[in-house]
Design a protein around this ligand. Structure first.
Ligand SMILES: [Zn+2]
Length: 612
């Protein structure tokens, strides 16, 4: 499979046998990874063959290979053992001959990998029923812990195969179809073949005392083999609800109208003892069988596996979309209460901090790549806002076109590809939306002041932003006006930071509720106009920084003081010349409850603040 290829030598400059390998502008196209392995006594032994094509001569072959867990025995190229160095998690093989430039060539690396006992590690040994259990989990950049790999997301191999020999009491599970199972004296050899393009991080195997739950289900476009590897004696508590598959595949079809990408092979799950799930192609590894996790990992088979983010910088394309399907599950299969709850919990998680873009700047940092608040929660909530903005049908038409884009199918996409498909579908320009919510950081904070004279409701909306990367968020604000006998929802679209509206309302408004359907990523305060000295503190709870705003547009802060609950003064701003807002760095503050006292030209206000 062609991908976005980078010049090999521009990535690495490696010293082998005291000579510097020459730079080359050739690209390597990985076509097929063939594993021939055995597992016993915490060790993985055997070889992996990298089949590849090059468009010009190369004299070295560089792979990622952990120095902690991998031991490289030899590298065989054209039948000859090659010299290599294995330093700093890099395996650099000096080639004694030029690879074939017209056909596919291959290099085989013999190695051993040691399993470790921490469940979060990439290659784990655990125990079930006093029998060993192994599994791998390579995302994002740790396939190198169990095989000499090509890890960067710049080329998918066209296919992968596994031959794995295990003790007779154990069963192996991997990507694709089990094509052969051969029992020897004390071992069994399992052979799997997956004939679809795949990047290194989606390849996995597990070996353990598994029982296989198999069924065939009718899905749109054909029959699909479902194959679940469940640990022995766990069938009663760890099994797929027989209806999950049918319900999800049919539901996905009504939304996406694009066949399951691996229909010719299978879909299945393999039980692991680590929590959560991992969407290995055709075979998600699962810590539980909850319906939301089931749906999340299944969604990845389209969004992540079939179309993969082009680099970890764009991980929200994988995780944001899969997480939004989890949310949509609550809209579709459960009552409205859980859907509202999902939106509320997701938004609260994002509002905990004032910053963070969906685009990952530090794309080598796994904790940023998989930051739940940003890649999962903000990613899914921004898609929820987008669906609300352009409409359900237009949103899913765009995803249908995205999945049918032949340049992306079984290949890679970046954020601008998804944006383009949404814009084509809605015939609208989403630049502003993407700049604010996808590329930009933070969220709007609305201070809404209101009063009613007769039937005229006057509203002043002032928007502050939690991060300086966005000056103003263009967004429609929904307000629920609640009276004693009736209520009404109004939608207003402020066009500047401070906007005033006068609306005729035929009942006495007693209370205003902000964004009742939870469709806007925003924080807010609502105040009746007579309460002029009110100040607002956000985020609250806070951890790193704190913003203090005065609600009244004509108000100005003259002093800010913060006290702990014993009355001790923790922070003092000194005299301020009628500031509209004021920020404090709270990184050094201890977790606990504080009182923020503000003095403005309208008087004194006190707010309870929680530092996490
Ligand atoms: Zn995921």
């Amino acid at each position: 499979m062609e991908g976005i290829k980078k010049a090999l030598a521009s990535l690495f400059l490696v010293v082998v046998c005291s000579s510097v390998l020459s730079q080359t502008s050739s690209t390597i196209d990985y076509t097929y990874w063939r594993f021939d392995l055995s597992v016993q006594d915490s060790l993985l032994k055997g070889n992996v063959t990298h089949h590849f094509k090059v468009d010009s001569s190369i004299n070295s072959f560089v792979l990622q290979a952990s120095n902690k867990t991998l031991n490289i025995d030899s590298a065989i190229f054209h039948g000859q053992s090659q010299s290599f160095s294995h330093l700093n998690d890099t395996l650099a093989i000096q080639l004694s001959e030029t690879p074939d430039l017209t056909n596919t060539d291959s290099i085989t690396i013999y190695y051993t990998a040691k399993a470790t006992t921490n469940f979060q590690d990439p290659f784990v040994i655990a125990e079930h029923n006093n029998k060993p259990l192994y599994w791998t989990l390579s995302q994002p950049l740790v396939a190198k812990n169990w095989w000499p790999t090509h890890e960067p997301l710049d080329d998918k191999a066209d296919s992968v195969s596994f031959k794995i020999e295990v003790p007779n009491e154990l069963t192996a599970s991997s990507n694709g179809l089990l094509i052969n199972q051969k029992e020897l004296d004390s071992t069994t050899v399992f052979s799997f073949k997956h004939k679809y393009p795949i990047p290194a991080y989606l390849i996995a195997f597990a070996v353990g005392p598994y029982q296989i739950q198999e069924q065939q289900i009718n899905v749109p476009y054909g029959k699909l083999k479902i194959e679940n590897y469940i640990l022995e004696n766990e069938f009663s508590k760890f099994r797929e609800d027989a209806t999950f598959g049918l319900r999800s595949f049919n539901w996905f079809d009504t939304l996406l109208n694009v066949p399951y990408p691996y229909l010719n092979e299978k879909y299945g799950h393999t039980q692991m003892l680590r929590g959560g799930g991992m969407e290995h192609s055709t075979n998600s590894f699962m810590g539980n069988f909850d319906f939301p996790l089931y749906v999340h990992e299944l969604a990845h088979q389209w969004f992540g596996n079939y179309i993969t983010c082009s680099s970890w910088k764009h991980i929200w394309l994988n995780e944001g979309i899969a997480t939004f399907f989890q949310g949509l599950l609550f809209e579709r299969f459960y009552d409205g209460e859980l859907w509202l709850q999902w939106k509320d919990v997701t938004r609260k998680s994002i509002l905990r901090k004032p910053d963070g873009s969906l685009i990952v700047q530090d794309s080598l940092n796994p904790s940023r790549i998989f930051d739940t608040r940003l890649s999962y929660h903000k990613g899914s909530f921004v898609l929820h806002m987008l669906r609300n903005k352009i409409g359900h049908k237009t949103y899913f038409d765009a995803l249908n076109n995205y999945l049918n884009d032949t340049a992306l199918a079984f290949s890679y996409a970046n954020t601008s590809d998804l944006k383009r498909h949404f814009e084509n579908s809605c015939s609208c320009d989403l630049t502003e939306f993407f700049n604010d919510w996808v590329y930009g950081e933070g969220y709007p904070f609305y201070v809404i002041e209101w009063e009613q004279n007769g039937s005229v409701l006057s509203l002043d909306l002032e928007q502050f932003t939690s991060h300086e990367s966005v000056e103003f968020f263009e967004a429609q604000v929904e307000l629920k006006l609640i009276g004693s006998q009736s209520d009404s929802i109004i939608k207003i679209t402020p066009e500047s930071r401070l906007s005033s509206f006068e609306i005729d309302i035929p009942f006495a408004v007693q209370k205003i509720e902000f964004d009742p359907e939870i469709v806007l990523l925003a924080d807010h305060e609502i105040v009746q106009k007579q309460d002029v000295s009110k100040t607002f503190v956000f985020p609250n709870p806070a951890d790193e920084s704190l913003n203090i705003k005065i609600g009244n547009p004509r108000g100005g802060l003259q002093e800010v003081e913060v006290y702990d609950l014993t009355g001790k003064l923790i922070f003092e701003s000194g005299e301020l010349s009628n500031f509209r807002n004021f920020s404090i760095n709270t990184t050094a503050w201890q977790a606990g409850v504080y009182i923020v006292k503000t003095t403005s030209n309208y008087g004194i206000d006190k707010t309870r603040l929680v530092i996490q």
